[in-house]
Write a protein that binds this ligand. Sequence first.
Ligand SMILES: [Zn+2]
Length: 220
Amino acid sequence: MPIDEGVIKFDASQFVETAALDDASISEINPIRCTLYEKKLIGEYRDLNIGYGNISQRMRQPSQFSGVLSNVKPNPLQAQFIISGTQTGYLDTLTGRHYTCVASVDLQGNTLQCQGPIMASSESLTHGAIYLCNDTINAVIHIHNKTIWQGMLKDKLKHTPSHIPYGTFEMAQAVQLVVAKQSYGSLAMAGHEDGVMFYGESLQTAFSLCMDMFERYTAS
Ligand SMILES: [Zn+2]
């Protein structure tokens, strides 16, 4: 089974490499990422050496524009977020060295501006697309879980079409169609095996939606 995962498909040439992010920038996101890792919703396909799953938080608080990110200009019209770095899924504990900042995204141009100690996750464009739908969305979680993914598709819950692969402009467009103007929700990516997205006004909301699906499909 080919797994289409982890390969960066956007233009990453505008990456500005810095030292680690401040602890203040990741104080909310890191504990939730840790729990998702413990539940194997973020992790690694060991046999393939490919990490999966990622998490992001919109930059709203002044404390997030600190340290190596203090030169990032807040732009409420853009999708600006802190996201786990590419190929970090295998790590049980992340630090400021494993998160990075996406300062802007251009969905149509398939480019994003990234600044931090590590390149942004390969699914950053999809995160950006969700933030651009509604400015009350402040967190996005992308997990992999076969049981949840299959269950959501079987139950015809919200999903993107099966012919659309992850990390592309087509996926960004498809996700925006599903999210529309909602401030929170979940969707399965039929064309991205095991892939599910959750988003909400806060990290806690997105995480709760994720745990609801986890209990619904994996508890029995
Ligand atoms: Zn994925």
